[in-house]
Design a protein around this ligand. Structure first.
Ligand code: FDP
Length: 340
């Protein structure tokens, strides 16, 4: 086995910063603060079965999903780790309806943070992998003043960094700040994220597909044909593909990023916009997967080029290995879009 470099996340971020002589260090500090929140959330996720943290708060978030205590814990933890750093002008979280202002007593910075504190939260009680996703933009309104909704509603292509943390058999943080995609595994004994996956590249083609097939009846006819194609036998193209669907987007995409394959949450006749959120889930994951050589589309166009018009808007998504995304795009283009 090749000897891995002993590289902590903190050192990696600083090395990345050196590639930009004009950098002020603010982005590095922001990433560092996020990694601190991730460590604390990871600890709490691991305790979930023991503490009085399981169960519902009794509230619903703005999408009508039941909010579990751990979601709110993760949301608060990220806010508290970041609010005072002076790097941000505004934040937005999947758990809050409106933008989140930086408290008056703290300095206003030039970055914008959007985050999904705990993705896949319906899996918490079953000990299944869940994750945190974040997305960072540079503000577009004038410096020094509080950030606005306009700062948050930027196309995904404008992200300066994005990342996710999977709380699974171990905790891994994967991020990109424009110089490749790198994964760091948390060593719980001394509480540091250590480089374990340097320069992740998404295989050009995979043999895994991930989709909630229970919704088959409601899909686009082209998608139905594509799934049937994946299930046919053909050694040369690696078919039949294997189905792998955890039901936790961040974990499903992480696996496919490493092994190759396609993750889909399409539109269907009951959910014409799909289920997943553009700003908190799809844009950051698309930014990471594209930086690793993969692709992400909504069926018709690149996810990163969608112009958002609201914070919590949803989008269909097809994301993963380049050849697999091209194939599903072809199938869907050939058939008329009739959802029933
Ligand atoms: P969850 O509802 O558990 O939070 O974003 C929501 C999400 O999980 C994704 O992580 C996951 O991929 C998807 O929903 C699962 O939805 P289905 O149950 O409809 O398959």
């Amino acid at each position: 086995m090749p000897q891995l470099k002993f590289m902590t996340l903190a050192r990696h971020i600083i090395e990345g910063e050196k590639l930009h002589p004009e950098a002020t260090g603010e982005l590095s500090k922001l990433l560092h603060d996020l990694s601190l929140a991730a460590k604390v959330i990871s600890l709490e996720v691991n305790k979930a079965g023991l503490a009085d943290i399981l169960g519902f708060t009794g509230n619903s978030n703005i999408h009508g999903d039941q909010v579990k205590k751990l979601d709110m814990y993760a949301h608060d933890m990220i806010f508290r780790a970041i609010d005072h750093g002076g790097h941000l002008c505004v934040m937005a979280s999947e758990e809050e309806e409106d933008i989140i202002h930086i408290p008056d007593k703290f300095k206003i910075g030039k970055y914008v943070l959007l985050f999904d504190p705990l993705d896949g939260s319906s899996n918490i009680d079953a000990n299944i992998s869940i994750g945190t996703i974040f997305s960072i933009y540079r503000r577009i309104t004038s410096d020094g003043k509080p950030g606005t909704l306009e700062d948050c509603l930027q196309q995904g292509i404008k992200q300066v960094a994005a990342g996710y943390i999977v709380y699974g058999s171990s905790t891994i943080l994967v991020y990109t700040a424009g110089h490749g995609v790198h994964g760091f595994t948390l060593d719980p004994s001394f509480g540091e994220f250590i480089l374990s996956h340097e320069n992740i590249r998404c295989p050009k083609k995979g043999t895994i597909y991930s989709i909630n097939e229970g919704n088959y009846k409601y899909w686009h006819p082209g998608l139905k044909k594509y799934i049937k194609y994946l299930q046919e036998e053909d050694e040369a193209t690696g078919r039949p593909y294997s189905t792998r669907y955890i039901g936790s987007m961040v974990a499903d995409i992480h696996r496919n990023l490493l092994y190759g394959g396609i993750f889909m949450y399409p539109a269907d006749s009951r959910h014409p916009e799909g289920k997943l959120r553009l700003m908190y889930e799809c844009n950051p994951m698309a930014f990471i997967v594209e930086a690793a050589g993969g692709k992400a589309i909504n069926g018709e166009k690149r996810i990163l080029e969608i112009q958002p018009d609201s914070l919590h808007q949803k989008t269909p998504i097809f994301i993963g290995s380049e050849d697999d995304i091209k194939m599903v795009e072809d199938y869907m283009r050939k058939e008329e879009k009739v959802l029933n």
